[in-house]
Structures are given as C-alpha cells and as structure tokens.
Design a protein. Structure first.
Length: 312
C-alpha cells in the first residue's frame, strides 16, 4: 500500500493520504503549509479562523512525526508567529534541534518590526540516534574583486578551503526573484533551501516526505540528490506542474558525491564529501596561497626547521 506512494506526487488532502502511511516509514518529513495569510492560491482558500488553523496544523504535524522513522527529522517552515505554536506541540512529541533562520524578506505585518526571516523548525524523532551530516557553504566574496569578505585576520590558516560550516542562520539562499524561474504558484521555495536540509539529514535513497508540495520543490531537490520522495498537494494544477518539473530533473553529482548546485555555483556540500569534491573544483588563488602556507607551517613544525621566509 505504502510502496505505491514512493516517488509519486499525490493529488489529495494530506491528512487523508497520511492515514495510509505506516508509523516510522519516511526518513524526513518537511512541511511548508499555507501560512493563513489570505494568499491567492489556485484553489485553496488561505483564510481559516485562528483556532481552526491551529487545530488543523496540530493534526498534520502529529501525523508527520508519527510517520517519520526513529532516525529521522521533521522540518516545518512558516512565519515565526505560527512556529511558536507549532513548537509547543512538537516539544511534546519530538526533540528540538534548531530554529533555523532563513533570512528572506516577508510581508509587513503592521505596526511593529519589518519581518525579515522565515523560520524552519528542526526536530528529530529520537533524542540521540538521528541522522545528521555537517554541511558547508562557500565563502562570501566581493562581487567585484572576488576577495574574501570576512576578515579572518591572523586566523586565516584555519579556514576551510571550500567554506564555513553552516550555522542555524542562512543568509545565502535567496527567494526566487525572476519570473522566468517561477511556476504559477504564489509561494514556491528555492530548490537550494530544500537541498541543504536534505543533505544535512538524509542518505542516498532515503525517503523525503512533503504534505504540501506545491509545484514540487522538495521532490525536485530529492531527485537531484538521489533520494526518494512522496509529495501531496490538494490542488490538481500544482500536482500537474510538480509532476512535469520532476520528470525533467537529473541528479547533481560531483564525482560520487551529491551537492546542491544553483546557476553553476555550489551552494552546499557535506563536510565529509570535500576530499572527493576538491578534485573537481577550481581552488581560488587566495585559498591556494593559504593552503600552501598551511602546508609549509606543518612541514616546518614536523621537521624542526627554521622558517627563513618569515625573516623580514
Ligand atoms: C506554501 S504552499 C507550498 C509550496 C511548496 N513548498 C513549493 O515550493 O512549491 C502550500 C501548499 O499546500 C497546498 N495545500 C493546502 N491544503 C492542503 C491539504 N489539506 N493537503 C495537501 N495540500 C494542501 C496548497 O495547494 C499549496 O500548494
């Protein structure tokens, strides 16, 4: 019964479909639900009463946790207002890992501060035995001169040749701005956002579940990274677009490793894949210089030789 859903985008109500999915069967569950902000979807009416919206959210969040494997993770994307309520429920049925800040401007909410981030709640089903992989993003560089933007000062020799480990604040992934890169959907997420979550929490061939798949972002990301997917959307038109999008996707591999690549730039890699990936990427001159200095220091330290190059 459940097998028939693998690598399918299903047209239907997520609560109904999830009832057919057994406990502990998907590796990660990611949800980007309607935010109840009166967005103009094709069919769905985004204007539930406050209590009605939260009661509905509680149902699908509980189902997401139920169907996630014990080694798996649960991610929920929303505006901070709703995430505070979600966290209250999730804290009782899963283990809090992070509130990931995705730095992206959202709609003004009225009198107070301008909202400038979305949150992604990150929970795991088990306290300890969950899958997690360190991930890295490329160093920020000046667009004009290409030099490193961060001043590492005397600590330059400590920097990683690809880039820093990702923290829980993501400022380098942008919303889809160009119309030509968008589908007919009011809130399509960028693929690199999903790829980062998938690289961080799953292995090849794992199952990525998304109850509100829209035009297929999480399924596309899963397919590019050689993961399986199950997606659901209540809107037939979005399901059709998602199916079309997914059918034309190919894997994005560097050697034997998977990476998130957007517009010919690597966006995210796993730390453990760097040794393989570095064989395929061009190392910039400044990083090459730092690496040479690092090697020289290491050789000198090991051989007790004097570093004449340091004499002014
Ligand atoms: C915020 S959008 C998701 C967008 C998606 N992440 C993407 O990148 O394309 C929410 C989606 O939930 C769908 N939806 C609303 N109620 C639903 C339900 N009960 N079951 C399944 N899908 C539903 C809407 O049609 C809409 O496409």
């Amino acid at each position: 019964m459940f097998d028939k859903y693998i690598n399918q985008i299903i047209h239907g109500d997520c609560l109904t479909i999830m009832k057919n999915i057994p406990d502990n069967s998907v590796d990660i569950a990611f949800a980007d639900p309607p935010f109840n902000l009166k967005k103009k979807y094709n069919g769905y009416k985004d204007n539930k009463e406050f209590d009605e919206y939260l009661e509905w959210c509680e149902q699908w969040i509980s189902e997401m946790v139920r169907i996630t494997k014990l080694t798996g993770s649960i991610f929920v994307h929303n505006i901070p207002k709703w995430l505070t309520y979600y966290a209250d429920l999730l804290n009782k049925i899963a283990y809090f890992k992070h509130w990931i800040v995705w730095d992206a401007p959202s709609a003004p909410m009225g009198k107070t501060l301008l909202p400038n981030h979305y949150g992604i709640l990150y929970y795991t089903k088990s306290a300890k035995d969950f899958k997690f992989f360190d991930i890295r993003y490329p160093h920020f560089r000046c667009r004009k001169c290409n030099s490193l933007l961060k001043d590492y000062g005397g600590k330059k020799y400590l920097i990683h040749p690809f880039g820093p480990l990702c923290s829980d604040v993501w400022t380098d992934i942008h919303r889809i701005r160009h119309k030509k890169r968008r589908d007919e959907h009011p809130c399509q997420l960028p693929i690199p956002l999903l790829e980062r979550l998938i690289l961080m929490s799953t292995d090849e061939n794992d199952i990525v579940f998304d109850p509100f798949i829209g035009t297929g972002t999480s399924a596309i990301a899963a397919k590019r990274l050689m993961r399986n997917f199950i997606g659901i959307d209540i809107d037939k038109k979005y399901v059709e677009i998602a199916n079309k999008n997914v059918s034309t996707e190919n894997r994005t591999q560097i050697g034997n490793s998977y990476a998130s690549i957007y517009l010919n730039k690597i966006i995210t890699i796993r730390d453990k894949d760097w040794d393989e990936i570095k064989e395929y990427v061009e190392i910039s001159d400044d990083i090459a210089k730092i690496e040479r200095q690092k090697n020289r220091k290491k050789i000198l330290a090991e051989s007790n030789l004097f570093d004449y190059s340091a004499v002014k």
